[in-house]
Design a protein around this ligand. Structure first.
Ligand code: ATP
Ligand code: MG
Length: 593
């Protein structure tokens, strides 16, 4: 797989399992040496018997989120690290919720994260569950023929009631003892559109008293008249996920079928189904095995496509890629880098333990990635004018511009310089001036000196106010060096350097100050209403002035705005003549406490 090499590979239980299988030669692919007995059914074609195969199997019913990133990094990462193959497979068995837009966005997200389902030899490991609908139908007919499945026409209500619960065994359906011939005919009726949606389901015939409720005759086919994004109106019956998934794995020769823990109770059915299909010769590959790990729970976000879709559909966010969304497309637009997300997924590890990961870990990974590469820039987010009143006396003319420069990065070799000018009229942060300074305040107040970072030392002389007493302008003078008389020379010692931009070359920009989307660390845990926990301050937009080096920013370019944090030129809205920057995160964690 052509994917970037992970910096560190802490071991985990799945790596252990795979390493053991590879050492002992006991992973499924190794046992299966023959030519595909039924090649038409075995989508993956030629099998490299020594390779492990994993898959990432999203349902295309929404955009991927950060939890999926964990699964992508895990599945594609294992294939990369053990010279295996990872399939991208769309689990598209649910036509009414699935759309081509989601298929496209999922592909884009996987590639953006740095993984690929196509290898350098041109092999394309991209699959759709819907490609196997014929085979799945045949498998269902086989189960009926073996007396292992029946068409149930109980009402949905009765079916639910007769399922029992954790303490009560289920009751057999009156349709459970139908003859094979009767079942075959009824299933054909389902397929041929002779029954209404929901009028019947095909169920596996296992054991209504099984302690594991998933083994109480699970539904395997249902009737649903809906146009499928891939098969159109060809089918009006669709396989259930629990039936489809093991078949997909088997047909694709998946050796390690890795999923989240909520599927643990479905493993017995996974094995039951594949054992029976193998018995009947429908499946000739060795057993695909399912392994479970715990899902990612990340604080301050919700990771459920259904809930994220609600935010989109109700206009609570601007779309699936709103920079506050924990979708991969949202994280990309917010300014997160693929490397920072992969690093995050490595650091959180893979276990079977229930845990919540703090959102600040994701931000830490971003800071560590950008610290050494994001060019620095000065910006003024809350501007107030500053006038240097002795400008003409010092420089001979009010129109004079002093050329200034600062390195784009604090350390390293061949660091480019950012050029900017300083003139009589400057913008500074409103909070950098206090008429009556609080104790310990070191910035501008009448009589105090500070350095304009990368520019000169100035001394505050006062301010101007409007009729309401609102400060409209801060006044200061340039301080010549006491020895040389040159302004700004280093012998003038000051306690603070403030950020600024000169009014003559500053660029006006829209800056979107994003914050957590929710005020609660676990907005949807324990039955909480996540919609009541939205952070009203999750987006503040300000008109800012930014230094002239940012005039050449391209969409997706990332910067460290000095003192404020990391920002990115918005990939959708940024224009050279109308710059828009998104705040990714601050310079340090302010949520930890
Ligand atoms: P959602 O609940 O958001 O709809 P899902 O599990 O239904 O998620 P799928 O498209 O079926 O979404 O998921 C594809 C793969 O991603 C599955 O193997 C699933 O186990 C995995 N996955 C989904 N959410 C997480 C998560 N939070 N952490 C780790 N893996 C996840
Ligand atoms: Mg799912």
């Amino acid at each position: 797989m052509s994917a970037p090499t992970a910096p560190t590979k802490p071991t985990n239980f799945l790596r252990q399992i795979i390493e053991n299988h590879l050492a002992e030669g006991t992973h499924a692919g190794r046992h299966w040496g023959g030519s595909p007995g039924d090649a038409a059914h075995h989508a993956a074609g030629q099998v490299d018997t020594a390779k492990i195969r994993t898959r990432f199997p999203p349902e295309p019913n929404g955009y991927l989120h950060v939890g999926h990133a964990k699964s992508i990094c895990l599945n594609f990462g294992l294939a990369r690290d053990y010279d295996g193959i990872c399939h991208l497979r769309f689990d598209d068995t649910n036509p009414e919720k699935e759309e081509q837009e989601y298929v496209d966005s999922i592909k884009e997200a996987v590639r953006w994260l740095g993984f690929d389902w196509q290898d350098a030899q041109g092999n394309n490991y991209l699959y759709y569950a819907s490609d196997y609908f014929d085979f799945m139908h045949r498998a269902a007919v086989y189960l009926i023929e073996q007396g292992l499945a029946y068409v149930d026409e109980q009402s949905a209500e009765d079916m639910r009631a007769n399922r029992g619960d954790f303490t009560t065994p289920g009751k057999d359906s009156p349709f459970r003892s139908r003859s094979v011939a009767d079942n075959l005919e009824r299933f054909a009726d389902m397929k041929d559109g002779k029954l209404a949606d929901g009028a019947a389901v095909l169920r596996a015939k296992i054991d209504m008293a099984a302690p594991n409720i998933n083994m109480r005759d699970p539904a395997i086919y249902r009737i649903r008249r809906a146009t499928h994004h891939n098969t159109g109106d060809q089918w009006c019956i669709y396989p259930m996920y629990t039936f489809a998934h093991p078949i997909e794995d088997a047909l694709e020769h998946i050796t390690h079928s890795i999923c989240t823990l909520e599927f643990e109770d479905q493993r017995p059915f996974y094995d039951w189904l594949l054992d029976h299909l193998r018995e009947g010769g429908l499946i000739v590959t060795p057993q695909s095995r399912q392994y479970e790990f715990s899902r990612l729970n990340l604080t301050y976000v919700v990771t459920s496509k259904r809930k994220l879709k609600h935010l989109v559909d109700n206009g609570i966010v601007s779309g699936w890629d709103d920079p506050r969304m924990p979708t991969i497309m949202g994280l990309r637009r917010r300014g997160f880098t693929p490397a920072s997300i992969r690093d995050f997924c490595e650091r959180i590890g893979v276990t079977k333990d229930y845990a919540w990961i703090d959102y600040s870990l994701l931000e830490l990974c971003l800071r560590e990635d950008l610290e050494h590469q994001a060019h620095r820039a000065m910006v003024v987010l809350d501007p107030v004018a500053l006038e240097l009143t002795n400008w003409a006396e010092v420089f001979g003319s009010d129109a004079h511009i002093e050329a200034c420069e600062l390195p784009a990065l604090p350390k390293g070799e061949n660091i480019p310089l950012r050029q900017f000018g300083l003139g009589r009229q400057v913008w500074i942060e409103r909070e950098d001036f206090e008429e009556t300074p609080p104790k310990g305040y070191k910035r501008l107040f009448p009589g105090n000196k500070v350095r304009l970072k990368g520019g000169y030392v100035i001394e505050c002389t006062g301010c101007e106010k409007d009729a309401d007493g609102h400060i409209t302008k801060v006044l200061a003078t340039v301080v010549p060096d006491t020895k040389s008389g040159t302004p700004g020379a280093d012998s003038v010692k000051v306690k603070a350097a403030i950020t600024w931009v000169s009014q003559h070359d500053a660029v006006e920009a829209e800056v979107r100050l994003y914050d957590r989307l929710f005020t609660d660390a676990q907005p949807d845990a324990g039955g909480k209403d996540f919609l009541a926990l939205l952070n009203p301050g999750s987006l503040k937009t300000v008109t800012a002035y930014v230094e002239p080096s940012l005039a050449s920013a391209q969409p997706d370019d990332k910067y460290q705005f000095e003192r404020f944090g990391y920002f990115v030129a918005d990939r959708t809205d940024h224009r050279a003549d109308k710059p828009v920057f998104n705040k990714i995160t601050g310079l340090r964690d302010s949520w930890g406490k």
